[in-house]
Design a protein around this ligand. Sequence first.
Ligand SMILES: [Zn+2]
Length: 247
Amino acid sequence: MSAVLFGFGLIGYGVLHEREPNPMAADSPGPVDDDPFEQDDLRLRLELLQAQWRRLESLLLAQPDNQHSAAAMTPAVALALQPIGALSNEELQRRLSVLTTALGERLAELKELKRQGVQRLLPVAGIQPTSDFGLRIDPVSGKLAMHNGIDFKAPIGTAILAMEAGKVKSAGLTPQFGWTVELEHANGLTTRYAHALRLLVFKGQQVAEGQKIAEVGSSGKSTGAHLHFEVRYNGVPVNPRRFLALR
Ligand SMILES: [Zn+2]
């Protein structure tokens, strides 16, 4: 008897769904007699795929020069990424299937970008950032302030490498940032490398990607040996993580 009711429920749901192609209509709760164990399993699998998607998305966003954008996302994928509310098993299955396909495509996109070798270098090899871009308590003043770059804590004398090829816009000593190099790249991008021990390039010089341009120090207002690294787009500081392949 319940199997018959279940069958009618699905048919009813299917008809409703066809009549209203608006994807948001799929948010309506499904048949109440869906198998609860299957429901739990489907929800867990969908949550896992959503987490994988977020991870892949952040990796893709770390790839420079790519055509990837959130705008390319289809409504079906956007829906599948929504928080999982009260959904029928059928709808959960549908979202799982949409996300599985989309994840496969995104993964292929990432592999292709890596194959093309467009990842930029870290400015200090093998060292992960120790302080992030954004509002933070300034370690020197102790006050809340905008941090326009990211910091890499590294031993004095560690090589500072050009993130990509460019021309030295400035190279010199400033009271706040100490020995600093600024490089000008294509497409309105500039990079800054601050608090150096010493500089190895001069203004106007062309540098290659990965070229050693300075050494890590603690010059200027600094609490210890580290590289303060900034990326600016048309002069405006942007999060350097957007441009770095952290490896
Ligand atoms: Zn900094």
